[in-house]
Design a protein around this ligand. Structure first.
Ligand SMILES: *[C@@H]1O[C@H](CO)[C@@H](O)[C@H](O)[C@H]1NC(C)=O
Length: 364
């Protein structure tokens, strides 16, 4: 009896310990969708707000031709007037001066494809609009571009690192996507705030495909037909790298979320249209088209990481903005047809409003 009681007791201790370990592991599951208090910003609708846009794009010196819709002659400017209104709670009030204070002395880096470049330029414009007389230095490079606000009282570095897959793409003699390798990323360890985004390039097929072969370990193969599988593999390489190399006490990590394109209105209830035919957002809070398939893959992966990564959950709000792409106004000649990027000023400012909100003390 005594013995069995002791055995029972030991088993009980063991089970308790087991439960403790499991729950602490679960505690490590992050993928925090940003919330300030109880507000879930990811769901809501767009409302006209006379105080928008947050800055005058003609006064922002950092906008590439491809995003500078007003300068390229876009006649309809209603798209500039919309503010995101989350369902059931107030939107975070954007305060440029306060953003400047929060990022003073910091390096902020946007890593990914040209949609990251889109957000980087909007971020730099928001800072510039708050401190219009501050000195800055710009450098545009092939892989690394930066806008630095150099006055000692600001000392803010806003950087774009062009790395569309995160993993390495060897270009010569053949284009080989090394899907399990990240080797040129030491710069990511040196910054205070990282905003990652990889998505669109995984989808490009045919003439637009960016690789001739994929390499994984010693194995090289022609392709991965299931692009979602390829996305997951590449992203897993990235998440493993982040968990191993990023010190969350030093560097805050964000994921930009999945940004939708609007090329084919058949898919979202406006047959025979593209983004070029729209000057107002979809009303209400429901996008009538299919969900973005990358979202669940991304959320699951982020939730398994040991590093806390804040997801800027921009998908729904952006899906509703069929009106906010550059379309023909992605160049001065009017020959473009861009339904993938976003006009700056515009939707990417709202993404940065979420980034800002998550840097304020109210965020948790
Ligand atoms: C901005 O600062 C970063 C380091 O934070 C540096 O690598 C980059 O060259 C600087 N850019 C310019 C334009 O001075």
């Amino acid at each position: 009896m005594g013995l069995s009681l002791k055995t029972y007791h030991n088993a009980f201790l063991l089970i308790s310990l087991f439960i403790l370990i499991i729950s602490s592991l679960l505690d490590h599951a992050h993928a925090r969708i940003i919330k300030v208090g109880t507000c879930d910003y990811s769901q809501g609708s767009w409302v006209v707000d006379a105080s928008y846009p947050l800055y005058d794009s003609s006064k922002c010196p950092f906008i590439s031709e491809g995003f500078d819709c007003v300068d390229n002659g876009r006649p309809n400017k209603d798209y500039l007037k919309y503010k995101w209104s989350p369902t059931g709670c107030a939107a975070p009030k954007f305060d440029g001066q306060d953003l400047v204070k929060r990022v003073k002395g910091k390096k902020i880096m946007f890593v990914g494809d040209s949609v990251s470049q889109n957000q980087w330029q909007s971020f730099s414009c928001l800072i510039h609009a708050a401190i219009p007389n501050a000195k800055y230095a710009i450098n545009y490079g092939e892989k690394m571009s930066s806008v630095n606000f150099t006055d000692p009282e600001y000392d803010i570095s806003s950087i774009f690192n062009q790395k569309p897959f995160f993993v390495e793409l060897e270009e010569k003699p053949e284009r080989v996507l090394k899907i399990d390798t990240i080797s040129t990323s030491d710069v990511w360890k040196e910054v205070d705030i990282l905003v990652f985004n990889s998505w669109h390039w995984w989808h490009h097929t045919g003439r637009l495909q960016h690789w001739d072969k994929i390499q994984e370990g010693a194995q090289t193969y022609k392709d991965i037909d299931d692009r979602m599988e390829a996305f997951k593999k590449g992203l897993t390489t990235w998440s493993t790298w982040v968990d191993k190399n990023i010190d969350p006490k030093k560097t805050q990590v964000f994921y930009q979320g999945i940004s939708p394109a609007h090329l084919n209105g058949d898919e979202w209830g406006f047959p025979k249209t593209t983004c070029a035919d729209h000057t107002t957002p979809i009303t209400g809070s429901k996008f009538p088209g299919a969900p973005e398939p990358g979202v669940p893959v991304l959320k699951e992966l982020l939730s398994k990481m040991s590093t806390p990564v804040t997801l800027l959950d921009v998908t729904t709000m952006s899906q509703l903005r069929i009106d906010a792409h550059p379309s023909k106004y992605a160049n001065k000649a009017g020959t473009a047809h861009d339904c993938g990027h976003w006009c700056v000023a515009g939707v990417t400012d709202t993404w940065n409003t979420l980034l800002y909100a998550s840097l304020t003390p109210a965020a948790k």
